[in-house]
Design a protein around this ligand. Sequence first.
Ligand SMILES: Nc1ncnc2c1ncn2[C@@H]1O[C@H](COP(=O)(O)OP(=O)(O)O)[C@@H](O)[C@H]1O
Ligand SMILES: [Mg+2]
Length: 225
Amino acid sequence: MDIVFDQAQASFDQRVVLQPLSLRLTERRIGVIGLNGSGKSTFSRLINGLLLPSSGRVVTNGHDTATDTAKARAEVGYIFQNPAHQIVLPLVREDIALGLHTRRLSKDDRDRAVLAALERLDIAHLLDRRAHELSGGEVQLAALAAVLVTEPDIVIMDEPTNQLDLRNRNLVQRVINALKENVIVVTHDLGLIADFPRVLLFHDGQLVHDGPAAETIDHYYRLAA
Ligand SMILES: Nc1ncnc2c1ncn2[C@@H]1O[C@H](COP(=O)(O)OP(=O)(O)O)[C@@H](O)[C@H]1O
Ligand SMILES: [Mg+2]
């Protein structure tokens, strides 16, 4: 993974919500924390070109998100804050296959890839379930499987344990820790990122701390006091 922000700024209707930011991310696990509205989701959406910088550049694995959006996007799997919105087809198997629709795969190969993605997360039993009948934890994992099937280098999860009970939260944490992919986690669940080598703290649209988890969490406590 190699993500470069070069004086990248984000604005909505002339209002700057992310101040010009320059950094390079190469660690396999990156946490992003900060108060509500501090710019965490904005930052994460810049990485895969869901949002383009109003000035400056974001280059994800060598692809400028503004000029090479499709290639940048293919590097990143993004799981939204409310993954239920990401599930569009009735059956789990159909929804996960959706990510493969641009590939020229035989039906057998597609079915195999879908099953493999579910098996990686120990949720093969959800294959023929109705997506809108899944529990919160199952939705989070199904959305993750839908992303993994596209073989991204980087997985971004926006508040993945929000609204999960403790058992599902712990399950999602174990799954995140076991992923071979690079992972960027935006969260208020500080336990989730407590072992991460690098955690970014945003405040009022600015990166105010960038360091190992314990150090950044300490800054966050002081900032929120
Ligand atoms: N689509 C949008 N249009 C206008 N303002 C937005 C939009 N998305 C986010 N913002 C604003 O940008 C700021 C940062 O939002 P966001 O990145 O979602 O914060 P966080 O994820 O840290 O809660 C907030 O003030 C928010 O209201
Ligand atoms: Mg957010």
